[in-house]
Design a protein around this ligand. Structure first.
Ligand SMILES: Cc1cc2nc3c(=O)[nH]c(=O)nc-3n(C[C@H](O)[C@H](O)[C@H](O)COP(=O)(O)OP(=O)(O)OC[C@H]3O[C@@H](n4cnc5c(N)ncnc54)[C@H](O)[C@@H]3O)c2cc1C
Length: 286
């Protein structure tokens, strides 16, 4: 296995595009190195992207927040601007692994590993995050929910990799939140994850919302009926009950040792409702 650590996006694209066989991008390595050691991945070339400055940067401008794809969870969690604007994205990222994992694990790796249970992804989808992708044909942008197509599968083409995540500018009286259920207090993968973003008007009526669920289908789900259930309401009990029902109805989960289908379907509704209430409380004071 060959290892390269380019210092520019162009160099990385060239290495990936010219590689013979399935080369892999390496960011924190907290998924990839585990897979290589277990013999599940045998890439002829690993391209470490952590030395590319654009992938390690967080910046804020008039359009919103730009987060380099290899920024670690710990770096994101210490950024006051991101925490203030998108607390749900930060709390989801900070749930990934332990202190040691936090120092390595990136948003790019969490998304492109394509686990249906990846914690940051429902929060990014609820936040309408967009990915910037570099490849042999130049740069393109795509919504985060367009990246994965199933466990371990992405829409990235040969030679392409994610360079940046873009979060929209935070609107007044808007906020996001993420909740997950795991069978123990930490260091486990989500049985269900729920991310909710919403905006309120002056009277507390929800103007727009996005609801996303993780670990209940082969990919993260954007639940359109969940948004419809709360938009136009002040998140009263009737609207929250509709949201709960919509979230549960959207699920198509597996049955495994962490949770049965019935349990996941039920928990998805409950978490969506609770995350919406947290987002509402945050929006009221933001
Ligand atoms: C002990 C432990 C606990 C964990 N707990 C959690 C948890 O609670 N929640 C959770 O969601 N995950 C968890 N994980 C999984 C893992 O830490 C995360 O998925 C992490 O975010 C992966 O990021 P990384 O930078 O380490 O990715 P890497 O391992 O470097 O890469 C992962 C995959 O993504 C690809 N990739 C990486 N970056 C890019 C890019 N920029 N563009 C295209 N492809 C890319 C790689 O080729 C590889 O296929 C845990 C892992 C461990 C070992």
């Amino acid at each position: 296995m060959d290892y390269k650590a380019p210092s520019s996006i162009d160099e990385a694209v060239k290495l990936l595009a010219e590689a013979k066989g399935a080369a892999r991008v390496l960011a924190g390595g907290t998924d990839l190195l585990v897979q290589i050691r277990a013999g599940l991945a045998k890439p002829p070339l690993v391209v470490d992207v952590k030395n590319i400055p654009e992938l390690r940067k967080i910046s804020i401008d008039s359009s919103g927040i730009h987060i380099g794809a290899a920024v670690s969870g710990a770096e994101l969690g210490e950024h006051d601007g991101v925490k203030a604007a998108w607390p749900g994205v930060v709390e989801a990222t900070e749930l990934i692994g332990s202190t040691q994992i936090q120092g390595r694990a990136s948003l790019g790796g969490n998304l492109c590993n394509a686990s249906p249970a990846a914690d940051s992804v429902p929060a990014l989808v609820a936040a309408s995050a967009v990915c910037l992708i570099a490849g042999p044909d130049g740069q393109r942008e795509t919504a985060v929910e367009q990246i994965t197509t199933g466990p371990g599968q992405t829409t990235l083409k040969n030679g392409e990799f994610v360079t940046e995540f873009r979060l929209p500018k935070k609107l007044p009286r808007s906020a996001d939140a993420y909740l997950r259920f795991i069978p123990r207090t930490e260091m486990d993968i989500a049985v269900v994850g729920a991310g909710v973003y919403l905006t309120l008007d002056e009277k507390g009526v929800c103007q727009q919302a996005r609801v996303a669920l993780g670990a209940v289908a082969p990919t993260v789900l954007l639940v359109g009926d969940g948004s419809k259930a709360i938009v136009g309401s002040s998140l009263d009990d009737a609207a929250l009950d509709k949201l709960e029902a919509a979230a549960s109805a959207a699920c198509n989960p597996i049955d495994d040792k962490r949770g049965t289908v019935e349990f996941r379907v039920g928990v998805a509704g409950v978490l969506a409702k609770r995350a919406a209430l947290i987002a509402k409380q945050r929006a009221e004071v933001s």
